[in-house]
Ligand binder design. Sequence first.
Ligand code: FAD
Length: 426
Amino acid sequence: MSTTPRISTHNLPLLGEYDIVVCGGGLAGCGAAIQAARQAARVLLVERLEVLGGLGSAGCVGNFCAAEGGLAGQGRVFDDILAGLRAYSAIGEENGWMIRRNKTYRRENWTFDHRFLPLVLQEMALAAGVDILYATDIVGANVENGRIQQAVLHNRSLMQTVRAAVFIDTTGDGILARHAGGEALPDDPQLPGVIKPSNMMFMRQTDRPAARPEVEPVGTDGVQPDYSVWPDIPGHLALKMKLFHRKLDTGSGQGYSDAVIAMRREEPRFAEHFRQRQGASHVFAGAAPMLGLRESQRIRGDCVLTIADCRAGRRFADAVAYGTFTVDANETAEILPPYQIPLRSLLVWGVDNCLVAGRCFSADRLALSSARTMATCCLMGQAAGTAAALTARADDSLRAVDPALVRQSLIAAADKNQTMTKYLEE
Ligand SMILES: Cc1cc2nc3c(=O)[nH]c(=O)nc-3n(C[C@H](O)[C@H](O)[C@H](O)COP(=O)(O)OP(=O)(O)OC[C@H]3O[C@@H](n4cnc5c(N)ncnc54)[C@H](O)[C@@H]3O)c2cc1C
């Protein structure tokens, strides 16, 4: 258990009391909040930004990764997100959005218009009955006997607390879990070193509005800018800029801020390099406001999902989610069989009533490099939301939840979805 300094909650006003408080409104948080509210739980979703979607929207990552065969089968909430984007013609080949199929690694990339994701998620959350609190940071936790009694919030009303039976940390960085005494997993011998930043930036093509240029990979020697090129909205191209050669410790507040400064300074150089290779008709059209961290602070759970588990396609008695995507770390890719994600890897070790989901769940870095795809984050969130709703309803402990009930609930919500049954139950 870590020894995070605690904020005294004694004199802070109580905002309210919920069954479940979800901290962070990225794909994992939205999956958790929407799923739990659909199961009649009273849910508060706290998000520090003014958009939902996290890296998928503020990070401008407009591309859902999937294993060969497509995106279907990642749970009811994710299917509804796809339907919501389709309603705005914001995804799908029929609407001009590319699906890039990679036969070598048996994977697919579904591009979408990230600008519509916040609205789709917001309306789904509100329709499910979720209370949303934007522009609010989780800044602490009051813990007694291993249970979070209250989370501490900060926003325009200054500090307040909120009570809940269960808390779900989907901040991507394990912020609430660490405040509550949860432990960040240490450096990983398989992938040592700091978490490297990347970011999305956009070029607008002024002469041929919809063309996509072919770009050769650029070196990572720190002199040449290193980026890959993605299709974006018609007339725009996205560059995924990488700052992999820098020693920036994005795990600390100062290191993260330094990475943002470095990234902003690099934007003109990346844009100019791209223009020189592709033609002067490309102009800089902006960059994502939120820095991209593909990996993150992973929180120790009751079990740590390892790359060995993934490589073996391991089945767990307490499986509640699954991953199907390749390893995608440090420019290395490796096909994995479908593997299961156990409920224990979503339970924060040493804290009774807190779950994690998304890119801060309990996994080693290589396992996370597969499981961090947005669809899988959303599915983990749905599993956490289901477990939390079952717990809150039974007024019981999270560790007493029957994982079979979580699976049944996810499969029932997914309706006639064979993929989910196949990967979770067989
Ligand atoms: C450059 C880049 C390219 C990528 N490419 C792909 C791709 O092609 N396909 C794919 O599927 N995935 C891709 N990913 C990975 C994917 O985008 C992320 O792993 C996934 O979106 C993580 O979702 P999440 O919900 O776990 O976290 P996040 O999206 O980070 O969401 C966390 C949310 O919590 C909020 N938050 C944080 N701290 C607090 C706090 N203290 N209080 C309140 N709220 C808080 C944040 O504002 C954010 O909204 C990429 C990532 C990057 C960086």
